[in-house]
Every structure is written in structure tokens, then in C-alpha cells.
Design a protein around this ligand. Structure first.
Ligand code: ADP
Length: 529
């Protein structure tokens, strides 16, 4: 009954013996149905029983096999009908035939549809298994510490708080600090990769007995933020927090996780963590060193300023003494020359005002708090620097030349910052020319507008220039080629300018010597930084 072609199309799903048994039963049933249908007088839709043959055989046949079997069943049904009834008019028999044919066709269609759905399901399952394997591989081998955690209990707990009327979790925490301890006890770890074990240490008593409580540092707010993210229904969370490892060390980590849309999937949330303890410690140390050296550099500037202050005050103070002596002489005359006394007194007042102005200017240059941007005329700034460093120029026999801009240039900046950078660059230039022939020791400062936004102030010297090796590390903190250098000057100068939107560019002049260019924004963009 089942053709040889159909037999080849048998689908190997069960065991071979099971398939053979099913095939034989179906074959026997088909033969019996055909025999009863064609050769007995039973007035009934016997051919409907081919449906059972189809259902049995569908277990072991492919789609094509099932379709062929349905066609064969229809042919046999028609053959049996014409064999028994010929072409005579027999309405009940025709109706029975129609019912049988319909039953076979519908059953075949349903089997095929079922089969399509089954194959689809198998494929989906295979894909799922594939992606699970891929996910496992990535999970296990990632260098990022990964955990799979069950957040379903903590989510339910938080949602129950919401249902009870809590609208702000952080607010609620302030009066109920125990809520966080309760939450930490509800999160269970399901799996952790090697990197995670390395980060927190190996757990001797197994993962599953562990809740988050063990690892959260008591003073850490990140966990509260995390709970708040779940409470507010956010889909992602990223935070920086402290964890306590198995052997009690504190680790600073960046953690990141995504929450599923479907609440039932909260039982498997992947948490990623990156240990930034070392990096953070290094950055802190570097920041502290930079602050310390910036203070030292400021102290050096203060030294330069106070030397110049003493120098500048000398003149008005001397004048005051001379005028006071003159005033006394005019007073001691008989009769006293009051007009001359008045003139001397006026000169004393004028010189005292000058002295007080000098002190005031110097103080405002130094005051830490006085750091609001102001209009700074760069030519004046350069002249002030010249005055401040006059002693250095004389000592090292250095000429200081300024080539001013065509039009006066002013920038909105913090005066003391620009002054400090300029003093640093000029000091470096003076030091760089210690080996240069005296008649060539010259510093050229030039000022010009770069474009609509920036002004350029460059300091050129006639020293040996910057070697290729030094050029690469010039702005790196602690890089120095001087026996008593700190190697912080240029690094501080660059960060000072960059913090205000400017730049510091170093280079060598084609005719020898180094040239440092300060690029200063005309408008202060302090607010943007
Ligand atoms: P320090 O002056 O303490 O060494 P800096 O950061 O100011 O620190 O300078 C770093 C290094 O850059 C110097 O040691 C020197 O090698 C190089 N350098 C700076 N300015 C000049 C210059 N005008 N000419 C040549 N080399 C320079």
C-alpha cells in the first residue's frame, strides 16, 4: 500500500523498531479499510478510517510522504466507491464518499500544518540553544567581571513598597535605613565568570548561598541608586561603587546592567563590573602631586613677585622719606613756609598712593579667591612680566625684546594664570640659554591675533632648542632634563591654558632655539569647562 518512494521518505524520528511497528500497523489498517470499503456490503463511510492510517503514518513520514499517502488514500476511496457502486445514482453512497474524501483532505492539511509548526519550533529551539552556548562562551571568557543575578525577589519587594504608597525610595530610605539591608539580602548570585571570581575572590562555600549583602560596603550609596533605578522602572543602571572582596579588601568598581522589560525575566540579570581601584588610586596620587606642585609653582611666582614688590616700593618709600624731611625743614623755618609744606605734603600723599597701588596690584595678582576673569591687556602683562623678571635678566645677561601686535590686544582671562604661564616660559628660556654666547642671549616675545577667536603669544629663545626625545615627553608631569628641575612647569602651563579653552604649543625655530606659543581665547570660555 505504501509505495517504495514513500518509504524512502520516512522521517527518522523515533527508534527504528518503533517506526517499523507503526508502519506495519498503518499498512495493515489501510489494507483492512480498503478491503472492507471495496469488497463488503457495509453501508457506512468506512473510508473515513484512512484518517487513522494518516495520523499513524504521519509519525514516521515526511511532509511529502504524508501528502502522497493522502493522495493514495483518496485514490483507493474512489476506486472502492466505483468498484462497489459503479456510476449509478446513489445519493447516500455519494454523501459517504464526500465525507470520507473531506475527512482525508482536512486531516492531511492539519497534519501538514502541525508539522510546519513542529519544525519551526525545533529550529527556534536549536537557535536558542546556539545562542545560549554563544552567550555562555562570552560570559565565561570575558575579561570583564560578569555575574548572573536573580533580582526577581528584590523587584517584587520594591514593587510591594510602591503598592503600599511609597513614591520616593530615597526619601523612604532616610526614615527606614533598614530597607537597603533587606534588599541586599534578596539578591542571589546564580553564576559568576572567572574575572568576577578574580575580582571578589573565590567563594569557598559556593555561589548560591551568597546574597549581595556580603559585598556591599556599608557606606556605599551606589546600591541605593541601583535599587532606585529598579524602583523607578529604569532599563539601565551604571554606577561607581565600593565592594568588599572575600578577603575583606575594598574595591572600587564601575558596574553596569540592563534590566529586562518583562518582570518575569528579572531572575537572570547580567551585571558587568570593571575594577578601577588601581586607576583611581593613581589618578588621585597624580592629582595630589599636581596640586602640590601647582602650589609650589605659585610659591615660586610669589617669590618673584615679592622681590619685585620690594624693588618697586623702594622708590616711592624713598621719595616719601625725602619729602617728609623737606616738609620738616619748611616747617622749622621762621616763619614756616606753609605753601612749601603743603607741596611736600601733597607729594607725600601722591607717593603713598602709588605705594598702596603697587601693594594692591600685587595682592590681587596673588589672591587665590580673586579668580574672576577680567579684561587683560597682553602688552601690559608682558611689560609687567619684564619688570618682575628684571633681576633674572640682569643676572643671566639676557635681553628681553617684545614685538607688539599691530593693534592693542586684550583677552578676557584670569590675569594671574596667564602671568604664571608666561613667567614659567620666560624662566625656561632664560635657563635654556645658560650655555649660549652672551651676545646671543635674547628672548623674543611676540604678540598677534591668530584668528577671530584666539590670540597668540609666543616666547622664543636662542638656546639649544628642544631635542626630539624631549619633545615627545615635554608636557608629561615630572619630565625634566635639569639637575634641580621638577618637570612640572610645562605640564601645569598646558593644563592651565587648556582648562580655559586655549593651548600651549612647543616647537623649535628654524634658526635655532625653542619657541613656545600660548594660544589664548579672546573670550573667556571658563563656563564651558
Ligand atoms: P623644569 O623646568 O622643572 O625641567 P618644565 O616642565 O618647565 O620643567 O620643562 C621640562 C623640560 O622641557 C625641561 O627640563 C627642558 O628639558 C625642556 N624645556 C623647557 N623649556 C625649554 C626651552 N626653552 N628650551 C629647551 N628645552 C626646554
Amino acid at each position: 500500500m505504501v509505495s517504495s518512494i514513500t518509504l524512502k521518505l520516512i522521517n527518522r524520528r523515533g527508534t527504528v523498531s518503533h517506526e517499523i511497528a507503526l508502519g506495519l500497523i498503518a499498512l495493515a489498517l489501510a489494507v483492512a479499510v480498503f478491503y472492507v470499503d471495496a469488497f463488503t456490503e457495509i453501508e457506512s463511510a468506512i473510508a473515513v478510517l484512512y484518517v487513522i492510517v494518516l495520523l499513524l503514518a504521519a509519525e514516521i513520514l515526511t511532509r511529502i510522504g504524508t501528502t502522497l499517502l493522502a493522495i493514495v488514500s483518496i485514490i483507493l476511496t474512489l476506486f472502492a466507491y466505483f468498484y462497489s457502486h459503479g456510476f449509478e445514482e446513489n445519493v447516500p453512497a455519494q454523501l459517504r464518499l464526500a465525507v470520507s474524501l473531506a475527512a482525508i483532505t482536512i486531516t492531511c492539511a492539519l497534519i501538514l500544518r502541525n508539522e510546519t509548526a513542529r519544525v519551526g519550533l525545533i529550529e527556534a529551539n536549536l537557535h536558542l540553544r546556539d545562542s545560549e552556548t554563544r552567550y555562555r562562551y562570552i560570559f565565561e571568557h570575558s575579561r570583564i567581571a560578569l555575574w548572573e543575578r536573580d533580582y526577581s525577589a528584590v523587584r517584587s519587594f520594591l514593587m510591594s513598597l510602591k503598592a503600599e504608597g511609597v513614591s520616593d525610595l530615597k526619601d523612604y530610605y532616610r526614615t527606614n535605613p533598614g530597607v537597603i539591608v533587606a534588599c541586599t539580602g534578596l539578591i542571589r548570585t546564580i553564576a559568576a565568570n572567572d574575572a568576577a571570581m578574580e575580582l571578589l575572590g573565590h567563594m569557598t562555600d559556593g555561589l548560591h548561598s551568597r546574597t549581595m549583602r556580603r559585598y556591599i560596603a556599608p557606606d556605599d550609596d551606589t546600591f541605593l541608586d541601583l535599587m532606585d533605578a529598579i524602583f523607578c522602572g529604569e532599563r539601565h543602571f551604571e554606577g561607581k561603587g565600593n565592594l568588599i572582596t572575600e578577603n575583606g579588601e575594598s574595591r572600587l568598581v564601575i558596574m553596569s546592567m540592563s534590566f529586562p522589560e518583562d518582570p518575569s525575566a528579572f531572575n537572570r540579570v547580567v551585571v558587568g563590573m570593571v575594577d578601577i581601584t588601581q586607576r583611581e588610586m593613581m589618578q588621585k596620587a597624580l592629582r595630589e602631586a599636581q596640586d602640590e606642585l601647582a602650589r609650589a609653582s605659585r610659591a615660586a611666582t610669589v617669590g618673584t613677585l615679592s622681590a619685585s614688590l620690594a624693588h618697586e616700593l623702594n622708590q616711592p618709600l624713598g621719595a616719601i622719606v625725602v619729602n617728609a624731611q623737606t616738609l620738616l625743614r619748611w616747617l622749622n623755618r621762621e616763619p614756616p613756609d606753609l605753601a612749601a609744606v603743603r607741596r611736600s605734603a601733597e607729594r607725600i600723599i601722591r607717593d603713598s598712593q602709588r605705594a598702596s597701588e603697587i601693594i594692591h596690584n600685587t595682592r590681587s595678582m596673588l589672591t587665590q579667591g580673586d579668580r574672576t576673569p577680567e579684561q587683560v591687556d597682553l602688552e601690559t602683562l608682558i611689560e609687567e612680566t619684564r619688570a618682575l623678571m628684571e633681576h633674572d635678566f640682569q643676572r643671566d645677561m639676557v635681553e628681553f625684546d617684545v614685538s607688539p601686535a599691530e593693534t592693542p590686544l586684550a583677552v578676557k582671562a584670569i590675569r594671574i594664570e596667564l602671568q604664571q604661564v608666561l613667567i614659567n616660559l620666560v624662566t625656561n628660556a632664560v635657563q635654556a640659554m645658560r650655555e649660549t654666547a652672551i651676545d646671543r642671549r635674547k628672548i623674543l616675545v611676540s604678540l598677534g591675533r591668530k584668528d577671530d577667536i584666539f590670540v597668540s603669544l609666543s616666547v622664543r629663545d636662542f638656546g639649544p632648542g628642544i631635542s626630539e626625545e624631549a619633545m615627545a615627553k615635554l608636557f608629561t608631569p615630572f619630565f625634566t632634563t635639569k639637575p634641580s628641575g621638577m618637570g612640572m612647569g610645562l605640564s601645569i602651563c598646558r593644563s592651565t591654558l587648556e582648562a580655559r579653552g586655549g593651548q600651549l604649543i612647543a616647537g623649535n625655530h628654524p634658526e635655532g632655539g625653542a619657541i613656545f606659543e600660548m594660544i589664548i581665547p579672546i573670550e573667556d570660555d571658563h563656563d564651558q569647562h
